[in-house]
Write a protein of this length. Structure first.
Length: 156
């Protein structure tokens, strides 16, 4: 599993932001900036939609005020689902990362296999990435206790 001090691997992702949608390498997306990244098992799922993503929407300005360049949400969903979820959650300030084939999730060894329920998904976590290097990593152990916006904010 990726750990503090490791660099974000080169894996193809689709980034959805106010500027539009673009396929890029993850290592280039994270280069030269400070990013709070949080990941979750799936768009439009209960905990993800009711607590995880909304917390980062509410705390967005506070996080940016701490010197963060981007707040990004990753899920193993396609870009169309991530864009629809961004719109439905009023999350236009967040960068949504569609890891449709789980390339980045697999490269970081943060895979959650939900079998018939949803297949390969991302574990629930948050991390702070500074110029492509992980400085904080908070991986959940089945709950929703350490990957929330308040925890990320306390680590900045």
């Amino acid at each position: 599993m990726i750990k503090v001090g490791d660099s974000i691997p080169a894996a193809n992702i689709t980034v959805i932001s106010k500027a539009g949608q673009d396929s890029v390498s993850a290592d280039s997306f994270f280069a030269g900036k400070k990013v709070v990244l949080f990941a979750l098992p799936g768009a439009f799922t209960p905990t993800c939609s009711e607590a995880h993503l909304p917390g980062f929407v509410v705390k967005y300005d506070d996080i940016i005020a701490k010197g963060v360049d981007e707040v990004a949400c990753l899920s193993v969903n396609d870009s169309f689902v991530m864009k629809a979820w961004q719109d439905a959650q009023n999350a236009e300030n967040l960068v949504m990362i569609a890891d449709g084939g789980a390339a980045l999730t697999k490269a970081m060894d943060l895979v959650l296999d939900t079998s018939d329920f949803g297949g390969i998904r991302s574990q629930r976590y948050s991390m702070i990435v500074d110029n492509g290097v992980v400085t904080h990593l908070n991986v959940e152990d089945g709950g929703f206790e350490v990957s929330d916006a308040d925890t990320a904010l306390s680590q900045l």
